[in-house]
Design a protein around this ligand. Structure first.
Ligand code: GDP
Ligand code: MG
Length: 441
């Protein structure tokens, strides 16, 4: 999948301008990628249609390559669609005690998420939270919540056998009011699938307590089913947000996009594991990258744009193509790497360069080494930086001593410079600048 998108990207970077056909070809692949990520067909179709319109309209932009342009438009549109609230982690829990109703199918992760969220409210917002299980069908489920409550240090409503869900809900409200709790969370029973009894029960509970938030907890790996479940619950009780669980799995998270597109409900949190702290605020950027399934090219483009002027990059490119790569150029590369968060993060973001990054870090090329290399270059004269070939034994000794290092350190730097110069030359000849040009912009 990422190979396929990477391929489209490569092809497009080698062409001068973005034609309608280019966009169409690229978007056909994007559509397949979305479907593979488990986005539903109508949503994928609709999404691609929107991007098509935007992309073709923007075809004249010169400052980025056509491939970057398409990828960026796709990415931005994904983020825009996925974004529901500015601050999805902020729940409406002002008037104490605020009821939060947790709904969803059985096994979706309701009980786990209830405890995770309670822990979060307690630790991050200093709230006093009470949890109550309304799962009267499975006594084990009530104990499960109690055990989790003990684990995270959050109170649970004492279990009384034989009570109906609505009565438990009322008791929870009473206890929360008397006990001075800020929030009380109601963990409802689920079913294997939507059924009338379940829906009626949830509706009754909802009416009894008028929840400030009704959070639907769904398994993020179930794709289309998750969306249908969301629609059902929303029609019956009105949901205020969604928690997608099992986002730690291999799934590409396409359910998130369908969920947003179809229900319009904000995704608030994602569950990333079974542990009690494996709950994070929903971040559209991250899911977008995951759905696209490629190295985070967009982030690289944006970061790099901030740090190097486009003209400067052009000029450098022309020199590199001619095989001119000075110590100052190398120093600049090092400094860029530092700014962009280190060697591995820079190369890791480029498709196909992950391996190079690994090799380099395997060879002990980390950020500490970068600092030492910069110190060595600083210790050279202008002439030496332009022409490292002139470095003889005596000059080497002087430079190394100046930087407080050994000649062997300097030799390593010189070797790296030669390799980089070679690589730059080759990359420069590839396409019209190809990957390197992208990295520079
Ligand atoms: P409920 O029936 O909706 O209450 O679901 P549970 O909370 O009992 O969760 C069912 C199973 O899913 C449990 O084994 C949980 O540990 C597991 N689970 C819940 N959330 C996540 C998650 O985000 N990631 C993973 N890997 N497992 C989860
Ligand atoms: Mg449960």
């Amino acid at each position: 999948l990422s190979d396929r998108l990477g391929g489209v990207f490569d092809r497009l970077t080698k062409q001068g301008a973005l034609s309608e056909d280019d966009v169409k070809t690229a978007l056909r692949e994007v559509r397949v990628a979305l479907l593979e990520a488990d986005v539903s067909l109508p949503v994928a179709r609709d999404f691609v249609g929107r991007v098509q319109e935007k992309a073709t309209g923007q075809a004249v932009t010169k400052s980025v390559t056509p491939g970057q342009q398409v990828v960026k438009i796709v990415h931005d549109e994904l983020v825009a669609t996925l974004t529901g609230e500015d601050d999805p982690g902020k729940l409406k829990i002002d008037n104490a005690p605020a009821p939060i109703l947790m709904v969803g199918l059985q096994g979706g992760g309701k009980t786990t998420t209830t405890a995770k969220l309670a822990k979060r409210l307690k630790e991050k917002e200093g709230k006093r939270v009470l949890m109550a299980s309304l799962d009267v069908y499975r006594p084990a489920a009530m104990h499960q919540l109690e055990v989790l409550g003990n684990q995270v240090g959050v109170d649970t409503l004492p279990i009384v056998e034989g009570q109906k869900p609505v009565d438990i809900a009322k008791r929870a409200k009473q206890q929360a009011t008397m006990g001075g709790y800020d929030v009380y969370m109601l963990d409802t029973a689920g079913r294997l699938q939507i059924d009338e009894v379940l829906m009626q029960e949830v509706e009754d509970v909802s009416k009894a307590v008028s929840p400030r938030e009704t959070l639907l907890v769904v398994d993020g790996l179930t794709g289309q089913v998750a969306v249908e479940v969301a629609e059902e619950f929303d029609a019956k009780v009105g949901i205020s947000g969604v928690v997608l669980t099992r986002m730690d799995g291999d799934g590409r998270g396409g359910a998130a996009l369908s969920m947003r597109a179809v229900t319009g409900k904000p995704i608030r949190f994602v569950g990333l594991g079974e542990k009690m702290d494996a709950l994070e605020t929903f971040e559209p950027d991250r899911i977008a990258g995951r759905i696209l399934g490629m190295g985070d090219i967009v982030a690289l483009v944006e970061k790099a744009q901030d740090t190097i002027e486009a003209e400067q990059a052009e000029k450098m490119m022309r020199r590199f193509q001619k095989g001119q790569f000075t110590m100052n150029d190398l120093k600049l590369q090092f400094e860029q790497m530092q700014k962009m968060g280190g060697m591995e993060s820079v190369l890791g973001m480029l498709p196909g360069m992950g391996k190079a990054a690994k090799q380099m870090s395997a060879a002990g090329f980390d950020d500490k080494v970068v600092k030492r290399h910069i110190a060595l270059i600083n210790s050279m004269t202008k002439k030496e930086r332009r022409n490292p070939q002139i470095l003889q034994a005596s000059r080497k000794k002087r430079i190394a001593a100046g930087a407080g290092m050994d000649v062997s350190d300097l030799n390593k730097l010189l070797k790296m410079h030669r390799q980089m110069a070679d690589m730059m030359k080759k990359l420069g000849k590839m396409g019209k600048g190809g990957m390197l040009k992208n990295a520079m912009k």
